[in-house]
Design a binder for this molecule. Sequence first.
Ligand code: TYD
Length: 411
Amino acid sequence: MNNHNPINCRISGDPLEEIIDFGLQPLGNGFLTKEDFQDEYFFNMKLGFNQNSQMVQLFEQPEPEKMFHREYAFFSSTSTAMKKHFQEFYRYIINSSYYSSDNPFVVEIGCNDGILLGNFAADGISHLGIEPSTNVADVANKKGINTISEFFSEKLAMKIVQTNGKADIVMSANVMCHIPNILNIVAGLKTLIKDQGVLIFEDPYLGDVIKKTSYDQIYDEHVYLFSAISVQNLFNRFDFELVDLQPQSTHGGSMRYVIAHKDQYEIQPIVGNIIEEERSIGLDNMISLHEFSENIKQSKEKLISILKEIKSNGKTIAGYAATSKSTTILNYCKVGSQYLDYICDTTPIKQGKYSPGMHIPIYPHSHFLENPPDYAFLLAWNHLDEILNKEKSFIDAGGKWILNVPQPRIL
Ligand code: TYD
């Protein structure tokens, strides 16, 4: 074990209070071969909260280079629903009042394979993608999307301003919550964004995670679980303002945040409304977070009892989709090959490998069609509609789904 180890809040510097300890966990995207089993990396995954910043965050996190590298296994463009979502995100930006410049320059932090930025590139809009995982950045470049393979930082922001000028729009999706040194990132954004420019980003939303006990959003890459309150606190430190919010259904419940330099845009009423709602459900204190921790423990017991019952009836179970989010559930609940015969997944880089920590074999989707189990544990529950639609023949043949959210159950 070799952890990146700040025990204090990454924003206020104050000590963190423990919400829950998940014990030793592998990398969420750490799909591996048999030869790598004995060197597998684990870290102690503990979730904490700090009253000053009101930010929910991991105590420890592996070094970024361990998670985002030459063989990063997550490609955004694997789901048709996500492609549609990012087309809508693109249309939202270009039709918004924040997008008014004649010759705009758009930057995306963590552009992955270009699922969002590609829409701007296709329209001939001046753009730049920043993607530290070189294999995914290569895919974006091959699609004609200008992408550099680096971690975003204040230093890189200065370099971009010198070379390309300041940005009208900086955007990111499912990336900001991955970045431990977020203070440096926000300082960089202060440099990079024009006076009238904005940052528009979205990430999984703490409100949904708590409401649905979807603790699978907690894994090594997600160092933060944002709320409107914590995001507002963070950006206010740099004379930015949270001016707009838009709840999203992606990743089982996300939030889109619009951030502008102070006094440049009117603050939309939804900002005050959502912050008030967050206070009323207690997203700003430890009482609700202790309750969340109890709900996670109950969810674990329920899942194990469902799986045990199915196995005691001599039935087979397979996992459906080798998502990074399932790593926490499988390892925390110790669900391995004693329950799941295999996990099927459409991503070629994951196929033929084993799941992080529990070492369940991962097969292509065709294996699921040829060897359907009695029960499929839906590990990509956020794509429920798309998958149920696609797997009508499994259901027609008597196949059943196991779901873990909002509580473990058979569908
Ligand atoms: P996603 O929810 O984006 O995963 P993560 O938790 O890693 O963020 O789901 C993407 C994964 O799910 C990817 O490995 C592909 C797989 N998948 C399938 O195998 N079949 C499907 O029909 C869908 C929608 C996803």
